[in-house]
Design a protein around this ligand. Sequence first.
Ligand SMILES: [Zn+2]
Length: 565
Amino acid sequence: MSISILAAAGLMVTSVQGADPAASYDIRVAVDSDEASQTRVDIVVSFIGDDDGETTVTLPSSWGGAEELWNVIHDLRVTQGSAQFLAGESAAHRILTHAPGARIELSYQVIQDWAGVPMATQGNNYRPTIQPEYVHLIGNTYFLTAGDVDGEQPVSVTISTPEGWTLASDLEHGAINFNTLLHSVFVAGDFRVEERTIDDATIRVALRGDWEFEDSAFADQTQDVLRATHSYWQSPGEEYLVTVIPLQADAGWSSLGGTNLGDAFAFFSDPLMDPDRALRTLTHEHAHTWNPGRLGGLDEGLNEPAGYWFSEGFTDFITQRVGVSTGLWSVESSVQQWNELFSLYASSPVVSAPNSAILNGFWTDGNLQRLPYQRGMMFAALIEHQIRRSGDGSIDMDDILHAMLEIGVAEGTPNAPERFQSEVLRQTGLDLSNDIQRYIMDGETIYLEADTFSSCGPLETFDSPVFDYGMTGHRDEDGVFVLDTVDPNGPAAAAGFEPGMRLLDRIGGRYGDASVDSTFRLEHNGQIRELSYRPTNGHFVRMQRIAFDLGTVDLEACGDQLSGR
Ligand SMILES: [Zn+2]
């Protein structure tokens, strides 16, 4: 199958030769000069109706936390053919009647169904953004589909944009089918595009707005990250697009996030975006291009979070490897990130929750949302150590993942976690069923063996005091923290804290740290005082730490171990 892409000024056409597209989408972005320079997005979709003379049209509904997406579709109508919409439609579905197998053309306008500009307070707003200077559109939130859709069926797309607008979309990567259509990002307007290559593949960064960093520096680092992930997976470069839109942020608000679209990543950030943090996010997200999809995927639907320990936790494990091996962050920083994980995991209030609790809790409870990342990364380290030992160091986690990738995914193959388990068994003879049951399903706390990171230092196990603030409060209009309650049996009361006190400054300690005293300068009844206490309730939690000594460690050996070399 050969693909031709024509990218003329403001016009992009992707056509597939050798296969009839199941549908064609014509996206037209225009600036309506009559209506105070309003930007309009209109879509014309053409397809063949079902043989029985009735075709269901499915509107976007919910995606990535955005709900009732059918509200973005306006003025849906038949523009060609004699099809008619039946009465009695639901919000997400319309029924068309037509001559059997007739060609049908529909048109609709996509609107921004929320007011204003993207704000940091909204976080990642995946709904269509249609502004006077630009548009930002994610496939799942604005395309409708007709009939039963097979994700692999080819689709053709044309896009036209106003004179002078820059356009960037992963739809330009060619060979579009329904899956890639819905899993796409399209930006146009006052964007600036930087191009780099990995092998022979072009990668692009499209950004708009003002940032603290240079476009070219960000593009260079993006190239480093993408190249490193390709190298980890031993896969040649592929076309990739990173889009970045700034969120307007009021003082005190910051937000950085985005969504992975397979061959693209859409960033949303406040203007003070820390590029290091963004690139760390990108490293994790780019690894998702392989894990879990190309390793076998996860169960779909409500059961999906049951596999997040593998898709998220193992991805975090891989992210560490890629980050250290490419120098994206230092060996020291990686050790610090591992130690933070040990601390956060062990002190998680849900550390022993069974995997089944994550199914529902993932979307409603922040602790349960973080758990599969933490537990999965711990489990990856635990299993990696077993794998290495089984082959006297000749096999490691990477060999297992690479083999899974090489075998490929076919119809009906088991999901990625199950394939991982069988590949470990095949290569090492290790049967992981018992460990998966204990540590993943039942939620037994994972402790790693002392020599897991031997080149970086011994893994110490120790009892750490549990952090307990012992008081609650709120920030007043001046931003000063005012105490509302002080637990009479807690550590703050014993130190003399009382409701109504205004905490002006923190002089010592930090929130969440029970290993040192917290000291505050505060105002009470018009007097300025200082109070100090140890924010702990007398309980301890057992956790681990890599005893890393910069004076004696062989940094290169430690780096090799952390990056899996
Ligand atoms: Zn992820």
